[in-house]
Write a protein that binds this ligand. Structure first.
Ligand code: 5GP
Length: 206
């Protein structure tokens, strides 16, 4: 799960990670927020009205969901995530800390990664520069970001996305994913095989 302040550049970093290979599956969220210029239905989000969103939530079709800024709903379609996990893919969820907490409760093996710019003040520049929100919306997103900063200690990894260095950040993200696959608890079969293969030598010395 990847979270980060609005304007941290999560989308760019994730895009670069996805280009690397097809082991990754990015979950496309459902949202009630308006489509931004340059966004596409089914690529960036599934854009739905509130009634449709709440119906999906009530039918248990969302793995988690959150009302962001008290205004727009965002949620993760359950089926897509479950199917891709069954196929052995590394599923990426780009969700806020409230959603990440909900998923972690049900899937303790999930890895939480937080992406931040070097300095909190960089956010305002980035949000203003991308020209997709009004000044009021930017002010609200900065307030939400200030609250989200308090959730950072709950994350397993913190990645700093420096200006012009999103590729470095994507490389670090991939290194984290690879390291997570090498965790001892994920290699139990290999460990058991090596213990079995080495058993004769132990018996010889017994
Ligand atoms: P944006 O409007 O900038 O695309 O997203 C606003 C916030 O909603 C970001 O923090 C983003 O990570 C979060 N978000 C996007 N999709 C989901 C989702 O499916 N669930 C949750 N809980 N948050 C999401």
């Amino acid at each position: 799960m990847i979270s980060g302040f609005s304007g941290a550049g999560k989308g760019t970093v994730i895009g670069k990670l996805l280009q690397k290979n097809d082991h990754y599956a990015l979950s496309i969220s459902v949202t009630t927020r308006k489509m931004r210029e340059g966004e596409e239905e089914g690529k960036h989000y599934f854009f739905r009205d509130e009634e449709t969103f709440l119906k999906l939530a009530n039918e248990g079709k969302l793995l988690e969901y959150n009302l962001y800024g008290g205004k727009n709903y965002y949620g993760t379609p359950r089926e897509y995530v479950q199917e891709r996990l069954c196929e052995g893919k590394d599923v990426i969820l780009e969700i806020d800390p409230n959603g990440a907490r909900q998923v972690k409760k049900n899937m303790p093996e999930a890895v939480l990664i937080f992406i931040t710019p070097p300095h909190f003040d960089d956010l305002e520049k980035r949000l203003t520069g991308r020209n997709t929100e009004t000044p009021e919306q930017i002010a609200q997103r900065l307030k939400i970001a200030a609250r989200e900063a308090l959730a950072m200690p709950e994350y397993d990894h913190i990645l700093v996305n420096r200006e012009g260095a999103s590729q470095d950040c994507a490389d670090q993200l991939e290194a984290i994913v690879q390291a997570e696959h090498l965790r001892t608890e994920k290699q139990q079969e290999h460990i058991n095989a090596l213990i079995e293969q080495s058993a004769p030598l132990r018996e010889e010395h017994a």
